[in-house]
Design a protein around this ligand. Structure first.
Ligand code: C2O
Ligand code: CU
Length: 471
């Protein structure tokens, strides 16, 4: 169980079938990479194998869902079947997607009803670490396990034991290893940090043992938790070299530990010459072993899962894929975030009326607002012209951290996530400190209706979200 080779999961039917693309693609030999994924109730062992399995909702019967692996320049086609009892959608987090493939119910598509299918198909413009997850009642559907990794590789890149995807989650389990269902919708969670778990898994297993190649290994850390910001360090104290954030290459830098907020991805290079190394999760101040790595000389490792790609030893570029745009004359969109416990929001506009926060909480489970308005898919934050440079000037006037995510675009931000000295990075999800004001700078080059929301799922559900229109 612990040695299950997560990297090899997935269906690679019709790989590289020659097909005419419906959209202009980058000038690479483009094909269609096809997967079929079903969401269904499934039990899985999150705890030790001799403990009860947990009843979950999963993609492809595994936690996390199957690794979707594709190459930049290809189109990805996922034939999705909803075998759940509830409507759902799939969202492709971090992909500069076609709007109608973005998977936001009631905004970009109708929710996919039980028993129904939907085919997602879109071009992959960027290589990097992404993930997919349900986007209908995410606070419940993510907590029940509906997510998986999506890795887009450069055309000459192969998978293998030097490139490890690690999907972390913290689950809230009861003594029988079942999901704590009574606390779904808990106002206590929704007004505070969100639903925090008590059981950490990486790639669906507690404290897995994962073989890695000796030498330099790329670890792709993905945080699939509803609300907990995780933090990792290597047990041997070795530095981690951060080379990409949210699927976008960054100017590389070293860190002893790295925080990964919900929905964020951090790619690090680490050196494995020692035989055994532990990756520790340290967010609570009490380090716990998240992963045990066992390094083996490269030659002894199994062949890469997909051998239909040429191998290249050319080092990957760590140059950001675009430069921060000039913001002189840019459109500034002010977003004043308020609400939550211990906050300064007394009342907010909700469905056209001003309602005291207490009543909003009690009657509607709403607790957060942007610019005095409880957010929803009908809350238009800005209407931008295609190609316009935009600055989301976000002020976190709450007592809580928030992981602010923009759909369909990456943004530049002078990040305070890696220490007091700001660092200009390209991301799709930015973790803001209480009291912080940040400029999220992007070029509105992707037409459609795009969500901007907190990725702490309970905050989003309770009002931290709005829409940016680009046309
Ligand atoms: Cu990970 Cu609205 O998305
Ligand atoms: Cu939040």
């Amino acid at each position: 169980m612990k040695r299950r080779n997560f990297i090899r999961a997935g269906i690679h039917a019709g790989a590289m079938t020659a097909m005419v693309s419906v959209l202009p693609l980058p000038s690479l030999a483009a094909g269609v990479r096809r997967y079929a994924i079903t969401a269904a109730p499934t039990a899985a062992h999150l705890g030790p194998p001799d403990r009860p399995a947990t009843s979950l909702w999963l993609y492809g019967g595994t936690s996390p869902g199957p690794l979707i692996e594709a190459w930049r320049g290809e189109e990805l086609e996922v034939e999705f079947l909803n075998n759940l009892d509830v409507p759902t959608t799939m969202h492709w987090h971090g992909i500069r997607n076609l709007n109608e493939m973005d998977g936001v119910p009631d905004l970009t598509q109708a929710a996919i009803e039980p028993g129904e299918r939907f085919t997602y198909r879109f071009p992959l413009q960027d290589a990097g670490s992404f993930w997919y997850h349900a986007h209908n009642k995410g606070w419940e559907q993510l907590a029940r396990g509906l997510y998986g990794p999506l890795i887009v590789r450069e055309p000459d890149e192969v998978s293998g034991p030097h490139d490890i995807t690690l999907v972390a989650d913290d689950w809230r389990l009861d003594d029988d290893y079942q999901l704590h269902e009574d606390s779904f919708g808990s106002l206590m969670d929704w007004s505070h940090q969100g639903r925090l778990g008590n059981w950490l898994t990486v790639n669906g297993t507690t404290d897995p043992e994962i073989p890695v190649a000796g030498g330099t290994v790329r670890l792709r850390l993905i945080n699939a938790a509803n609300a907990r910001t995780l933090a990792f360090r290597l047990g041997n104290g070795a530095p981690m070299r951060i080379v990409a954030l949210d699927g976008a290459p960054c100017a590389a830098f070293d860190a002893e530990s790295v925080r990964v907020a919900p929905a964020q991805r951090v790619d690090v290079l680490a050196s494995f010459d020692d035989g055994r190394t532990v990756l520790e999760e340290i967010s609570t101040g009490e380090p716990i072993d998240a992963v045990r790595f066992v390094s083996t000389p490269h030659a002894a490792m199994p062949a890469p899962a997909l051998a239909d790609r040429p191998r290249s030893d050319r080092p990957r570029s760590d140059r950001p894929r675009s430069d921060r745009p000039d913001t002189v004359g840019a459109r500034v969109i002010d977003i004043h975030m308020q609400g939550g416990a211990m906050g300064n929001l007394e009342s907010a506009r909700f469905e056209g009326e001003t309602v005291p926060l207490r009543q909003l909480a009690r009657e509607h489970s709403k607790l957060w607002a942007f610019n005095g308005i409880v957010g929803g898919y009908d809350h238009m934050l800005a209407e931008l012209a295609l190609g316009e440079v935009a600055v989301l000037r976000v002020r976190n006037d709450t007592r809580w951290e928030h992981a602010m995510h923009l759909h369909g675009h990456h943004f530049w931000v002078n990040s305070r996530e890696f220490g007091v000295a700001g660092r200009d990075v390209l991301r799709d999800t930015y973790l803001m400190a209480p009291g912080e004001t940040a400029d999220l700078v992007f070029i509105a080059d992707n037409p459609g209706l795009w969500l901007f929301h907190c990725h702490m799922m309970e905050h989003h559900a309770a009002g931290m979200g709005g829409v940016i229109s680009v046309s």
